[in-house]
Design a protein around this ligand. Structure first.
Ligand SMILES: O=C(O)CCC(=O)C(=O)O
Length: 291
């Protein structure tokens, strides 16, 4: 597994007067992360990026699977409606438990790895002005019913991701700010479940970094890292699979106040804490026709 931070033109956005809602292009600033390993990058900045995970053959295979599912369920649902479907679709389970992916997660959270859930974020082209879908600034741990609030996300690129098609943006170091107040976005088009958004006065928006990736690469981010994404203004789809992982000492609220229900699976290591119930691996040997 190799890590190429900042390799695809990830940019630091400078300038305090820049609105997040205007297309921005800034000079590429090489990050000091280049020679650090994955875990160090992650700990220091709250994210790591440019991690090569899937081979070109795997990218073709899994993208074809996603294309089939998308054709069956339609774009409206495919956009953000495929949540925790890893027990219904073998290809999602395979990705969420993929050896190279879990190896990367293990580097940052240690040997005991619980897969909490999965969620596709598939942004379609929306070049016109108006209410284009976007993801407001937020922290993952809000409303997820995790105690302590600790989770790691892998954002796996199913398509190539660039600034034009709405790469995810992160605020480096924001994971050290603790859980920030979330209010609601006053802009329509927010893809988040309860329209949550962090007020931009609470963190350094001008430090935002674009997480551009080639299909098959991934980034990892901490559940407290402030992140979001702009609309897709390109002619190309931008699909990513997010996979959430925790360690067994994190207790999962079985009756969460938020909108998400989890189906956790212990993938590696031991459960020394007995705080949660884990589902056995699904049986995909009987063909359900769901792929
Ligand atoms: O894919 C995106 O644009 C945002 C992803 C996200 O918010 C998340 O992983 O929690």
């Amino acid at each position: 597994m190799s890590v190429h931070p900042q390799q695809n033109g990830d940019t630091h956005h400078g300038g305090t007067n820049i609105s997040r809602w205007t297309a921005r292009r800034h000079e590429v600033a090489r990050s000091t992360m280049t020679d650090m390993d994955l875990a160090k990058q992650y700990r220091q900045f709250g994210y790591a990026t440019g991690v090569d995970l899937l081979t070109p053959d795997e990218v073709r295979h899994y993208r074809a699977k996603w294309d089939q599912l998308e054709a069956r369920i339609g774009r409206d649902r495919a956009q953000i409606g495929v949540i925790n479907a890893q027990r219904e679709h073998a290809f999602i389970w395979e990705l969420a438990t993929h050896e190279r992916i879990v190896d990367a997660v293990e580097q940052v959270i240690g040997p005991d790895v619980v897969m909490l859930g999965t969620h596709f974020f598939c942004k379609y082209p929306s070049p016109q002005e108006g209410d284009q879908p976007f993801v407001a600034w937020h922290q993952d741990v809000t409303y997820w019913g995790l105690t302590p609030p600790r989770v790691t996300t892998i954002w796996l690129a199913i398509d190539d991701v660039d600034i034009e098609n709405g790469a995810m943006q992160v605020i480096p170091g924001s994971h050290r700010q603790g859980v920030l107040d979330h209010s609601t976005s006053d802009r329509t088009g927010n893809l988040l479940s309860v329209n949550q958004a962090i007020d931009e006065s609470l963190f350094a928006t001008d430090a935002a970094v674009d997480i551009t990736l080639r299909a098959g690469q991934a980034s990892l981010h901490d559940g407290m890292t402030v992140h979001g994404s702009l609309p897709n203004r390109s002619p190309h789809r931008r699909c990513g699979l997010t996979i959430r992982y925790i360690t067994p000492d994190v207790e999962i609220d079985v009756e969460p106040t938020g909108p998400i229900r989890w189906f956790p699976s212990l993938l590696r290591g031991k459960d020394r804490h007995r705080k949660n119930r884990y589902s056995p691996a699904p049986d995909f040997t009987t063909d359900t026709g769901l792929g």
